[in-house]
Write a protein that binds this ligand. Structure first.
Ligand code: ZN
Length: 151
């Protein structure tokens, strides 16, 4: 199914897991692959696969998913496992939207990008997460989507 989805759905437990990973990785960026399915109206995330941040750059400002995890999940998807639908990472100091680097790297057209921001002086309340769609056609951009967290 193609076209820009209306929104992204994620279970509260998965969002809680991502928030926990974002805080645990501080001061570095955390990252994960998102598993689920494309539905008529949007993308449903059914599982998250946390990854070590294997960036060669500064892990406080960049991230890289473990390629072996990526390959393993791609193989699993081909043999009946859940599809890879996107990628998540945290911004330990930045806002919950793509950085210029994120935009230049968003080559995985047709993927959901979730970005969780940790505010300065985090008090343990819910973190802000932005959802974006990596456009499949030019201009290759990350376009904001509605994110719905279900109970
Ligand atoms: Zn980023």
């Amino acid at each position: 199914m193609t076209g820009i989805p209306d929104g992204v759905w994620i279970a509260g437990a998965d969002m809680t897991a991502l928030n926990g990973a974002a805080r645990a990785a501080l001061p570095h960026e955390a990252c994960a692959l998102l598993l689920g399915m494309r539905e008529t109206a949007g993308v449903r995330i059914t599982d998250v696969a946390l990854s070590p941040n294997v960036t060669n750059g500064d892990p406080a400002r960049s991230f890289e998913i473990d390629p072996s995890l990526h390959v393993r999940l791609q193989k699993a998807a081909r043999t009946g496992g859940p599809a890879l639908v996107g990628v998540w990472h945290s911004h330990p100091t930045g806002p919950a939207r793509p950085s210029p680097d994120d935009r230049s790297r968003s080559v995985m057209g047709g993927w959901v990008w979730l970005i969780t921001a940790i505010p300065a002086g985090d008090t343990g309340t819910d973190l802000e997460t932005g959802a974006f769609w990596a456009m499949e056609e030019a201009p290759r951009d990350l376009r904001r989507l509605v994110l719905k967290v279900s109970a």
